[in-house]
Structure formats: structure tokens, C-alpha cells
Design a protein. Structure first.
Length: 79
């Protein structure tokens, strides 16, 4: 992959990751609101799904850092 293409890929994945985190935060707010109104089973299921997002967040962040480092190394090698 070319350096420019790698930059675009990293930027795209970074934005998708931020969107995922924002959606997760919104769902968490809704789950809390639902829980406060007595529907603990629904809020509990939502929170379980949020745990999956949280579990993947560290891997996604590490993978993005690896891609950024790889793109930077490739650029330095080409210089």
C-alpha cells in the first residue's frame, strides 16, 4: 500500500472508531435512562452489548497505532 493510501486508511479507521465510541456512549446514556425507569432487563442487555464494544476498544486503538507506525516507517524508508 502506498504511504498516502495508508494515511487515508488510518484516518478512515480512526473516524470509524470514534463513531463507534460515540454510539456506545449514546447507547449507555439510553440504557441508564431506561434503567432509571424500571426496565432493568432491557438496560442490562444493552450494557452487555456495550461490554463487547469496550472489550474491542483497546485492540482497535492498538491496531490503529500499529498502522500509523507502519505508515510512518514506510514513508521514512521511501525518503
Amino acid at each position: 500500500m502506498l504511504y498516502g493510501d495508508q494515511q487515508i486508511m488510518v484516518a478512515l479507521l480512526s473516524r470509524l472508531n470514534r463513531n463507534q465510541l460515540a454510539l456506545g456512549a449514546a447507547v449507555e446514556e439510553l440504557a441508564i435512562w431506561i434503567d432509571q425507569r424500571g426496565s432493568t432487563d432491557v438496560s442490562g442487555r444493552a450494557m452487555e452489548h456495550l461490554e463487547e464494544l469496550a472489550a474491542n476498544a483497546d485492540f482497535i486503538s492498538e491496531a490503529l497505532l500499529t498502522l500509523m507506525d507502519s505508515a510512518q516507517d514506510k514513508h521514512q524508508d521511501d525518503s
